[in-house]
Design a protein around this ligand. Structure first.
Ligand code: ADP
Length: 259
């Protein structure tokens, strides 16, 4: 054989090992999530409990020096909320419905149901429809003309070649419905919004004293904007409030203490 070597065919993988005192018991992920929602006062009576599939689980590596995050999501087989699930929702209980763009073909039909409902309501009982287009996936772009409020991410904006939030708003404005509002958050640069009048407004970010964890800053921003608008705030109020609360979130691990 002389000095001939051994050749291996395969893959190299970096293992990040989480050491635990005891392995989490089966199904405790669901009880943890249910308990966490209860503790925070989130009503889960509308949850579409799936017959099969597992709770999605992500391992996140957060770097405290700059707040960067790397998410390793275990491949999940949990079905998305379907039109059939949504048909069971009693719409009269809601003032606002927000869709995180996922199974867009189905979501289009859910939104149609709400528009249909709204057409039979008086102004004050109509439901506001918001959508978030966060991922660069072609089917999600059909949501642009469907929201009264549309959140579009920096990621999607850059994918379309826009290098700022204001450029993105101007570029995407022809895709949204008449009278709609478009919002684009841009991490440490804050966020911009364009209301039905076509004027672009801006809020700077509110960076925390120390950047700890930016995971979920976008969701925090969206929730805060919706909260503010629903409570009668102007678009500028909502944008500023969104950046304030999202900025606070970046200064803490998780979400405790952001209010
Ligand atoms: P995500 O990447 O979680 O979707 P975004 O980049 O959309 O978050 O940011 C949402 C909002 O969070 C921004 O408008 C800003 O107000 C706040 N934010 C995000 N990153 C930072 C940061 N590094 N410093 C301060 N605020 C931030």
């Amino acid at each position: 054989m002389g000095d001939k070597k051994i050749l291996s065919i395969g893959l190299v993988c970096l293992d990040i090992i989480n050491v635990v005192d005891k392995y989490p018991e089966e199904d405790t992920d669901t009880s943890f999530i249910v308990g966490d929602f209860a503790r925070r006062g989130v009503d889960i009576s509308g949850v579409a409990w799936q017959q099969w599939g597992e709770t999605p689980c992500a391992c996140c590596v957060v770097c405290p020096t700059n707040g960067s995050r790397t998410v390793v999501l275990s491949d999940t087989n949990l079905p998305d909320v379907s039109v059939e699930d949504f048909s069971k929702v009693d719409l009269s209980q809601y003032k606002w419905v927000h869709w995180e763009g996922r199974n867009a073909d189905e979501q289009v039909k859910m939104i149609e149901r709400v528009r249909e409902y709204n057409s039979k309501q008086e102004e004050k009982t109509r439901i506001t429809i918001s959508v978030e287009i966060e991922k660069t996936r072609e089917p999600l772009y059909q949501l642009f003309p469907l929201g009264d409020l549309v959140f579009v991410s920096k990621d999607v904006a850059q994918h379309f070649g826009f290098d700022s939030a204001s450029a993105a708003l101007k570029g995407f404005s022809s895709r949204v419905r008449k009278g709609a509002t478009l919002i684009c958050a841009w991490a440490e640069k804050g966020a911009d919004a364009m209301g039905p009048d076509g004027v672009v407004i801006h809020s700077d970010a509110f960076p925390p004293e120390k950047l700890v964890d930016t995971l979920g800053a976008g969701d925090t921003f969206n929730a805060s904007v919706i909260y503010s608008l629903l409570n009668g705030g102007s678009l500028q109020d909502a944008l500023t409030f969104g950046c304030q609360i999202a900025g606070k979130k970046c200064g803490v691990h998780g979400y405790d203490g952001i209010l």
